[in-house]
Design a protein around this ligand. Structure first.
Ligand code: LLP
Length: 387
């Protein structure tokens, strides 16, 4: 629940807006850093989850690196203060300009997703008189048991190099004078709550690592990506993902040589709980079969429910403690001209009225950053508590 101070601040801000609890964010980052340090693991924050400036400043101050997926993310990370040697650049479609700019910045490494991309990076590095550090992103064909739209490590997905292409990949690496292999990279999907998926990933990483080492390649880094899920149903006051349990799996199941670094690319688990989308009820439509709360926020501000049928807890924060009843359920919808513009169906809520403030929780990851201008909506603003 929000403190009374925070609630009274909300009254003076025009809705909708994102609210970030910077204290909870800091607690989460600190917990993750402590758990990672225990095993000497390195975390690069997946900036795509949330590149709000205050958020990434905190991430940078905690000592994490940055995992970027566009030239602009690389630029932003460096501008914020991430040291280039802690910046990795991933993505299936890096443009020549983005590659050259990242080479000029001397970033730590490119996570390369195809054989052709390896060749292009080698050519561009030669033209710039540079050696590009690369890690090969390999598709391990491991099921992440998550929503089909956010699973990435199966052979039918567009990401990474498939295992049958590894010999060709090794050939290109051997003959490319301007490539320097740092290691291998994996990412099997997002919002993974069944930790067994990570055990299966470790088994595959061990196999593929052995394949490379048998052929004389030295792998300095094993990058196992991100994907740790969060509890969108949580009722805890300070919900923080169980980083310890997550890292412990990799410590137990991943084989590493001395000096070999283990890298992670966590996004959601670091930022999701600290953000909420705050909105107001514009209209209450009472029907015979259905009751609707029409909010002033829509899928343009938080796309996850429309795109993945994602669940977000919805609370009427103007009526804390008010009774709910089985008999009063609302479809909570937005103002956008699309039927999928719906945050929740048949949601049990206290009787709600025009002007009530509604919080859509656990929206700190893939929320603000996925906002769109559809229907020529206003740019969403952010409000913070803590420092
Ligand atoms: N590394 C790579 C290569 C990735 O593609 C991603 C996320 C991550 C790391 C970070 O994953 P995380 O720890 O956040 O799960 N928009 C979707 C999620 C898309 C995830 C894309 N890749 C959503 O709202 O659920």
């Amino acid at each position: 629940m929000f403190s009374s101070n925070t609630l009274s601040r909300f009254q003076s801000v025009e809705t909708p807006f994102y609210y970030y609890d910077l204290q909870l964010l800091q607690q989460t980052l600190t917990a993750c850093k402590a758990a990672a340090d225990k095993y000497d693991f390195h975390v690069h924050y997946a900036m795509k989850a949330n590149f709000n400036e205050k958020v990434i400043q905190k991430v940078q101050q905690t000592g994490f690196g940055a995992d970027c997926v566009s030239g602009n993310e690389v630029k932003k990370a460096i501008e914020i203060g991430f040291s280039p040697d802690k910046v990795v650049f991933a993505g299936v479609g890096k443009s020549d300009r983005e590659i050259v700019e990242a080479l000029e910045q001397n970033i730590f490494c490119f996570n390369v997703e195809s054989i052709q991309e390896l060749e292009v990076i080698n050519d561009l590095a030669a033209k710039c008189g540079k050696k590009a550090r690369v890690a090969i992103r390999i598709n391990p064909n491991v099921d992440a048991y998550t929503h089909a739209n956010i699973t990435t490590g199966l052979e039918e997905n567009k990401f990474g190099v498939n295992q049958w292409d590894l010999p060709a990949c090794a050939e290109v690496l051997k003959k490319s004078a301007n490539l320097d292999l740092t290691g291998i990279h994996f990412h099997i999907g997002s919002q993974i709550t069944n930790l067994n998926a990570f055990k299966s990933l470790c088994v595959k990483v061990n196999e593929i690592k052995a394949w490379f080492e048998e052929r004389g390649f030295v792998l300095h880094v094993l990058n196992v990506g991100g994907g740790l899920g969060v509890d969108y149903h949580t009722t805890e006051e300070t919900p923080i993902a169980d980083f310890e349990a997550y890292f412990q799996i990799f410590d137990e199941f991943l084989e590493r040589k001395s000096g070999q670094e283990i890298h992670f690319e966590l996004g959601r688990a670091l930022v999701a709980h600290s953000g909420s989308l705050i909105s107001r009820v514009l209209y209450v439509k009472n029907g015979i079969k259905k009751h609707f709360l029409v909010l002033d926020a829509g899928m343009t501000e938080l796309m996850r429910p429309a795109l993945y049928q994602a669940y977000h807890k919805i609370e009427n924060i103007s009526r804390p403690g008010a009774q709910t009843s089985e008999d009063l359920k609302y479809d909570i919808v937005g103002p956008i001209c699309e039927s999928t513009d719906c945050f929740g169906k048949e949601v049990e809520m206290p009787e709600s009225f025009r002007g009530d403030l509604i919080a859509i929780r656990t929206a700190g990851a893939y929320g603000e950053v996925m906002a769109s201008k559809y229907n020529l909506r206003e740019q969403i603003v952010s409000v913070y508590s803590g420092s």
